[in-house]
Ligand binder design. Structure first.
Ligand SMILES: *Cc1c(COP(=O)(O)O)cnc(C)c1O
Length: 362
């Protein structure tokens, strides 16, 4: 299916016309024109507001995974110790990524249906292992759960751990993100989730400490962060910037800030509550355990026992609804409703839930 009548996939989400429009034209060369630098700076400032940080924000051409890789490769060298706090596919996956760089990785793992909740265990691992970096995921998209970054940030501060790396790709623009208050050094985001722009750009906030380590590390490559440090000042980007993509990201931020960050977050919470209520009402089971923190941007549900995921997906698609399946050990067992960004819309979610109900009961 090329176009989704009722899009409920947890990224890429449906892009509003206003955001599509700003890419439907020619721009000058981003390498030559001052207007591009102005747009870049203005987008950095908007993202700082959305992420609540004074740290510099780097914007790159490429989707979310680029931010995940560039932050790891720009700060880590073989042998560095990385503590990977993991509650799902992305959390465990980031640990594996650090291993491929040659780091010594220790994983503090929880169930895929849990949030990080044993802080003594985490504290013990921090003390014993003394990592250079702690990694974690703020919003585990495949599991529909949130992790308490504030608590881990406080532990990072207490023990003077150099770097806290947070994948917030599916949380930024749909939930409260407090980079500075939470002491996050590298906070990673993408355009195709709550920001409701195409999967074209990624961005991350970089703390002073992180810049220091990036300079020490000296990583060189297409995904290196260092060349972005003085790119604006020197008016020199490491490769030709994607003007259309930056314009779309800028428009996406503008729409969020115009609506008001608090209102946007409240809209996500309200729609998520509604989605869960309806799901439970039709006899579906939430995937996260009762103690887990539930995501305001995506709801993960168990595929009902009487129906295969294939059948559920086919029946929903026949009626125009497309939801997210899952990956790895959750494939076929857990499906997801992405009520993030443009899809955190009560009327849209209601329509989707009505159809889901008729399919589940049919
Ligand atoms: C979607 C997602 C990513 C990867 O983003 P892409 O745009 O697919 O590269 C990383 N982390 C989380 C938590 C995500 O939801």
């Amino acid at each position: 299916m090329e176009k989704y009548p009722i899009p409920m996939v947890p990224g890429p989400v449906s892009v509003p016309q206003e955001i599509l429009n700003v890419a439907a034209c020619n721009y000058g060369s981003a390498d030559l024109e001052k207007e591009y630098v102005d747009l870049y700076v203005s987008t950095q400032k908007a993202l700082q507001k959305i992420m609540r940080t004074k740290n510099q924000v780097v914007i790159q051409s490429g989707e979310g995974m680029l931010a995940l890789w560039s932050a790891l490769k720009s700060t880590l060298v073989p042998g560095d110790r990385v503590l990977a706090l993991s509650t799902g596919l992305f959390g465990y996956g980031i640990g594996t990524m650090a291993e491929t760089i040659g780091c010594e990785v220790r994983t503090v793992g929880f169930g895929f249906d849990e949030s990080i909740d044993d802080f003594e265990l985490v504290e013990k691992a921090i003390c014993e292992f003394s990592p250079k970096m702690i990694t974690m995921v703020q919003n585990e998209t495949p599991s529909g759960t949130v992790n308490p970054v504030d608590k881990i940030g406080a532990l990072k501060e207490k023990y003077g751990i150099p770097l806290l790396y947070v994948d917030a790709v599916s949380g930024i623009g749909g939930s409260d993100i407090k980079v500075d208050e939470w002491h996050v050094d590298l906070c990673l985001g993408g355009t195709q989730k709550c920001l409701s722009a195409p999967a074209s750009m990624s961005f991350l906030s970089v703390s002073d400490k992180a810049w220091e380590i990036i300079e020490e590390t000296g990583y060189v490559g297409y995904d290196a962060l260092q060349p972005f440090r003085f790119a604006v000042k020197q008016r020199y980007f490491p490769y030709t910037p994607y003007w259309q993509g930056t314009a779309q990201l800028h428009k996406a931020c503008e729409l969020i800030l115009k609506e008001g960050l608090a209102k946007v977050v409240a809209r996500h919470i309200k729609v998520a509550e509604y989605c869960r209520e309806r799901s439970l009402g039709m006899g579906l089971e939430l995937f996260p355990q009762p103690g887990a923190i539930l995501s305001p941007t995506v709801t993960a549900l168990c595929v009902p026992a009487k129906m295969s995921w294939k059948k559920l997906d086919e029946s929903l698609r026949m009626r125009g609804v497309v939801v997210g399946g899952n990956y790895g050990c959750l494939a076929g067992k857990v499906f997801r409703i992405g009520h993030m960004g443009s899809q955190a819309d009560m009327a849209l979610v209601k329509e989707a839930m009505d159809i889901l109900e008729s399919v589940v009961h049919g």
